[in-house]
Design a protein around this ligand. Structure first.
Ligand SMILES: C[S@@+](CC[C@H](N)C(=O)[O-])C[C@H]1O[C@@H](n2cnc3c(N)ncnc32)[C@H](O)[C@@H]1O
Length: 304
């Protein structure tokens, strides 16, 4: 990797004590301190980490005041940010605070090499900044792309939703993959409903198909007998709504969220895009090399 001088600001936000140290090595002119929230116990238990800590200590600063902001919790009630709940995400407010702290002005370019659920991209778009992100997980790219997309207007989306729900249930032609976690998580009739809607959604044209599919992806946890527990799924005995009801409610709520977001971003003129790729390849488009003003990201956590 070639060292870059032009990145002037960088924030690597940690939730559980893991730190992405290569950043400072490859972005030597980072002028703001890297923000972390690490526990002393984590460092003591890891000799290699202590060595790295020593090398980059001048670039680190602890921000216990960001503790609430480095979680997904504040996003849960914010339109669009709460599409497809992603426990490993950080908050919109964190990006807003860092953009202000770094003095980013309209048009400044922000890079997020680990996009996840797209929080950095969406917040930058809202702020009138230009954001580009990468993730190696196709589902993360799909969800992030959906959050930053300029969707067709409300009437077109509503018409598509009406059309989808006017189709009476019939036994789907295909089944979900028959693996243990799926049979534990979804009762047989729920699996059939999911596949029925998936097959109907596939018959719509893009971009409507992507919108409907995101709705279906977003309700999977709510119609399953699971709940997220850290990075694992816990099996729970709970009443679950029908896929039809949950999907309809989700899609209508997404359409109403878009109206709210359009009102917020009408004047902002921010731009965001996301690419499928491996951040380790530094696969940023060539025209952005040397032109990124800030990196706001949270890397994958290596503690499991
Ligand atoms: C902690 S999440 C990012 C959360 C994000 N800040 C948010 O608010 O939603 C880390 C992301 O890094 C992605 N990832 C892991 N290794 C990667 C790599 N080598 N290149 C690109 N993305 C990677 C994972 O797929 C995951 O989506």
């Amino acid at each position: 990797m070639k060292k870059k001088d032009s990145i002037t600001q960088s924030a690597f936000i940690m939730q559980e004590g893991i730190q992405l140290d290569f950043a400072v090595e490859y972005f030597p002119s980072v002028s703001k301190k890297i923000v972390t929230s690490r526990s002393a116990a984590d460092l003591e238990s890891n000799v290699e980490r202590n060595v790295l800590e020593g090398r980059y200590v001048d670039f680190l600063s602890e921000h216990p005041d960001y503790r609430q902001l480095v979680t997904y919790v504040p996003n849960k009630t914010i339109p669009i940010y709460n599409w497809f709940k992603f426990k490993e995400g950080f908050s919109r407010q964190l990006v807003i605070n860092l953009a202000a702290k770094f003095g980013l002005q309209n048009g400044a370019i922000v890079y997020d090499p680990f996009v996840g659920s797209g929080t950095t991209l969406l917040a930058c778009k809202e702020l009138g900044l230009a954001a580009i992100g990468i993730d190696m997980l196709p589902a993360a790219v799909f969800v992030s792309q959906a959050k930053i997309a300029d969707w067709p207007n409300r009437d077109i989306l509503l018409e598509a939703v009406q059309k989808l729900f006017a189709i009476p249930f019939k036994t789907p032609n295909s089944t979900l993959p028959q693996i243990r976690i799926i049979s534990l998580a979804f009762p047989a009739e729920v699996q059939e409903e999911i596949m029925f809607f998936k097959e109907q959604i596939d018959s719509f044209e893009r971009p409507i198909r992507d919108f409907l599919l995101l709705g279906l992806l977003s309700i999977l946890e709510s119609v399953s007998l699971t709940s997220k527990d850290g990075q694992f799924l816990r099996l729970v005995d709970k009443p679950i709504p029908s896929v039809r009801d949950a999907l309809q409610a989700m899609l209508l709520s997404m359409i109403s969220d878009l109206s709210a977001m359009r009102a917020l971003t009408a004047k902002a003129k921010g731009k965001a895009s996301v690419l499928l790729g491996d951040a380790r390849d530094l696969c940023l488009p060539a025209n952005l090399h040397g032109n990124v003003d800030a990196v706001i990201t949270s890397p994958p956590y290596l503690n499991r």
